[in-house]
Design a protein around this ligand. Sequence first.
Ligand code: SAM
Length: 311
Amino acid sequence: MIGRRWRNALKGGLYALFRFGQRFGVDILPRHFYSSIPDIAALSRTNYWRAPLDMIGVAGADIGPQLAFARACGPEQLRLRLADMDLAGYAARENGAAGYNPVDAEFLYFFISTRRPHRVVQVGAGVSTAVILKAAADAGHTLDLICVDPFPTDYLKRCRDGGRIQLVAEPAQTVSRRMLCDLGEGGLLFVDSTHTVKVASEVNRIILDIMPRLVRGAWVHFHDIYFPYDYHRSLFYDPFFPVESSLLHAFLIHNSRYTLRCSLAMLHYAAAGTLRELLPSYRPPANHDGLGDSYDAGELFPSSAWLEVTG
Ligand SMILES: C[S@@+](CC[C@H](N)C(=O)[O-])C[C@H]1O[C@@H](n2cnc3c(N)ncnc32)[C@H](O)[C@@H]1O
């Protein structure tokens, strides 16, 4: 058996190698049960983990009320308007790059049109910003839009210069707490950023420090949420293994202040037919235990989750 001295020396060597790799933008890690990176070979050989969770303790997890909420957000005249509009193409052209996916973009358009929030704070912006601005303009609604993004596109800079948004080109970890919390009644905190749970990540800050402070009546949106599965749809294609969805899920269990109003991923698995009637761009991708069969399958998958502070 390897002694404590040798084990510590080995760990020190591995840490030095890791630090060396990071200087060149790569993470060099041993495969070990202490690592947070999943063992992809082992996962691909086994099935015990491939199952939906029953969302126990999450208020709003029932599909009926979620469908009622989705229908209320997207009344017929809005659905017809969207069917005639290439919303995703428009927003990608405005932003100069793709980003937020077409199906979630349509739901976002519905939400802004019908819920009419007066203040929206975006963490991670771009395509979704163009969708929010268009939905508000089409609805004759004015809102304050604050975009927190450390790498803003030229489109976001043009919107700032034209006075259409307030742009804060900083990571959401370093902006004031007040900026993220100050949503007012019916305001929206829209999160679509790194999806990472790690030391000093903006996702940790938002879920652990910001969300518990939001006032009743506020809304929170997250993207790339894979309820009721506890793993990313592109697990076998995307090397970054985001676990934001799991941290959000843990936050919601027996949380009496938050209600899950709608998880488009849950509706995909439980009510694809109804979702298809609601969202013109939605083409239900195949299901294999919550896993897609290509990287694109993850990208085109409806994955926004909408939460209301109800307590
Ligand atoms: C997955 S993309 C989201 C795309 C965006 N929501 C859209 O509508 O196109 C991730 C976004 O998060 C931004 N981002 C990266 N780190 C961030 C941080 N620490 N705080 C806020 N935004 C961040 C990136 O610049 C990028 O725009």
